[in-house]
Design a protein around this ligand. Structure first.
Ligand code: C5P
Length: 219
């Protein structure tokens, strides 16, 4: 069973993916973290040109292993980490390496809930279930802002909102596997929902799919 949960930054997809995986006893894979881990060694480095940046990013992707997902360095989860992740994510060879890792992890039983940008379109186009989890830019920015404040960071709401808009643009306009809703993904708008409400909304589809699969295995 593969459940693909795609959507833009701060839509709530990561939290909901984790909760859904727990509820249905599936593995959770945060594919964004693979891109963040790839970007971490490049933060603060100077590159003479784009070719140099790309070569370093491809090298970093080649050094990623699944075990790193369990204890990422703190910087991977910062705004800086997200920006660098979206810069390495435009490189097709980086995407190929990270896609192979995702396929490898998710094929292990009993299956997985994977959140990202291209899971339902490119990584697992045949996923049993696909969701597109989104929210208005205002609610996404205030969620991220609250999160950063709780961590004692001083980024202003305007700066957080601008960083989200820039990342949305980079993610949806890149040539390689752009962020886009799969045609068969269920749309979940989370601006006015609590996290429990989002879990409930997804569960309706998942329960129906499980009943369906059970029915067809009995026939
Ligand atoms: O989801 P998260 O914010 O951690 O992702 C960081 C960045 O990694 C995204 O902005 C995007 O550029 C990239 N990414 C991607 N494909 C995925 C997951 C993340 O391109 N499946």
């Amino acid at each position: 069973m593969i459940i693909a949960i795609d959507g833009p930054e701060a839509s709530g997809k990561g939290t909901v993916a984790k909760l859904i995986a727990k509820k249905y006893n599936l593995r959770h894979l945060d594919s964004g973290l693979l891109y963040r881990l790839t970007g971490v060694p490049l933060i603060g480095q100077k590159f003479n040109n784009n070719a140099e940046f790309e070569a370093q990013a491809i090298k970093a992707a080649g050094q990623i292993n699944a075990a790193q997902l369990d204890s990422p360095p703190e910087i991977a989860r910062t705004m800086q980490g997200g920006v660098m992740a979206s810069k390495v994510a435009v490189i097709p060879q980086v995407r190929d390496i990270l896609t192979a890792i995702q396929k490898n992890i998710a094929k292990q039983k009993p299956g997985a809930v994977i959140d990202g940008r291209d899971i339902g379109t490119v990584v697992f186009p045949n996923a049993e279930l696909k969701f597109w989890v989104t929210a208005s830019i205002e609610s996404r920015a205030s969620r991220r802002f609250a999160e950063y404040q709780a961590k004692g960071r001083s980024d202003s709401l305007a700066a957080v909102s601008q960083a989200i808009a820039e990342r949305d643009h980079r993610d949806s306009s890149r040539a390689a596997s752009p962020m886009v809703r799969a045609q068969d993904a269920h749309l979940i708008e989370t601006s006015k929902l609590s996290i429990e409400g989002v879990v409930e909304a997804l569960s309706v589809f998942i329960d129906a799919k499980l009943a369906d699969l059970k029915g067809s295995s009995q026939n």
